[in-house]
Design a protein around this ligand. Sequence first.
Ligand code: HEM
Length: 604
Amino acid sequence: MYDLPVQLIVRLKGDVVLVNKSGETVRQLGTGTGKDFMGTPIQLNDAGKGLCLANISQGEFCLHDDAAVHYEAMTAHKTAQASERQHCTGNTLYLQQPTDCTFLRWKSKFAGMALPLLIAAVVVILTFLWLKSRRPKKFPPGPPAIPFLGNIFSLRGKPAVKILEWKEKYGDIFGMFNGRKRVVVISDFYILRKLFGEEAASGRVLQSSIRDKDSSLPIGIGLISSQGDLWKTHRRFALSTLRDLGMGKNWMEDTIIAEVEGICQALRETKGKPFNPKVQLTNSVSNVICALIFGKRFELTDPKFSRLTNLIAENIAILKLDFVAQTAPFVLWFPNAVRTQIFKARRNISALTEFMKQMIKEHVATSGENLDAPDYLYAYQQEKLTGAKTDGKESFNELQLVGSLFDLFAAGTETTSTTILWMMVFMIENPDVMEKVQREIDDKVGRQNILTNSDRPRLPYTEAVILEVQRCGNLVPLGVPHQSREDIQLEGYTIPKDTLIISNLFSIHRDPRYWKNPEKFDPTRFLDENDKLLRPDGFVPFSIGKRACLGEALAKMELFLFIANLLRCFTLELPKGKTLSHNDYQSSIVNSPDPFELVFVPRF
Ligand code: HEM
């Protein structure tokens, strides 16, 4: 906009001076009337109240000030708007208020140096940030990182596989970087057990490009992403409520069995045609958690419900891009694939949040109707009123309720259903194992009888198969990241406060220190010589310690009732000409097998 041979005119103590772009005085004008160096007549207001420039032609220059402190070019008169400071008459501009010229003096002095100065400042800031984010003293060793980007590029595709390679090279505790964020990876069962037993390692990362502060569900609330007192209060409440719901009249078991019967019926209706069971299975499992939290179930083929469960699957898949967006936030500033996905995840969160709110509204409208099976929502409202289970009832507000329902719905849907899909893959790969399970069920309980929780002790091989599916399926390969809440000393290393801690469950589940022939699918590793079920060290599908899976008891019951009854009712077969391998899977925070179709052959 400014384009003049004269950078500015400064009048100090009554003098008007034309200064060129290098800051040298071009002409001393003095007071009164004169011409500038281009020959333009200049009239100085000797009353000291304004400086008047005559004959300023449109688009050339104009001027400010009575004390004549500065004088600048403008593209047009209209840009020097009439204001309390200045006014225009024809081609003459009067400026009437004194102005501080410090900036202009500075500008004049440093005009030529602006760019080099800017570059120097940027270099200093970047160097400072880089030094700050380098490996601090006693930080565990690890792969070299690119400044500011860290190791993010090495973790494309299947991060757990790359991390396993680094574990081989750098050991059970190694350090790396997500952008500038420090990350420590733990790959030893005993070290993990010790670390995750500590309060200091129980934090969560409170940044998210998907759930930012403007989100309908900001990060840091609910059960999974909260920390500190809020998390402790609500985790205690959730654990005790789920436990209460599982007691009494076996209400929880009955709810699961009703869903098992529903999915078995749906599979019978496929009449031997190849069928992808994912949607109906997911809805069926999700119905269990819906019954627990909202006191409501949905039809397995309900398109609205299928859409909601699908939104969760989509967000789990997108979650790994959150690291990219946090490392390089500028990817959200222009159209590209990462941005598209992150924005989609945000929309999905909004839709799911709306669903939770709708459920709360409906529940309030019908509260009091179904009190022999009180659900999580009911228990929450009670806690808000009485504070009977926790000592933090003031934190039982609506946003925290929405967050908790969201977490239970999401964590309780995709995890269990995907484990059942993994079971199907391993049964197709190991038909002898499937046959042995079916024989055990036939012999010990009978093929026609629905299996219940009380049958578990009689079916140790079936139980062992479920555990081996969990070990080999590695549903949550790198756990849910923790964050250190203070500096932690561990095995001679320091994990500084605010470091992300990754539990390398994938590596632990295939570590020869805990597992003989870890690559082999072998359920007998979970049985002793008397066919009694074993719980070997190194088995951590639900993680371990203070933040271990809150739904573990529910998930175990669901896995047994769904898997045992599905194998009781059906023999699984691959459609002719199709193949299926446990090596074909999508990797994000949850590992899920690539989509497949099976034939469900009824056994009776
Ligand atoms: C096979 C099924 C499941 C597996 C393998 C699984 C696994 C996990 C894992 C690895 C964690 C992270 C623990 C950590 O941060 O160290 C977790 C957390 C969690 N899970 Fe599960 N989960 C399953 C089912 C469920 C179910 C059915 C529910 C719902 C009741 C649930 C609710 C949660 C919650 C709320 C957390 C967060 C706990 C916290 O941060 O304190 N999970 N789960």
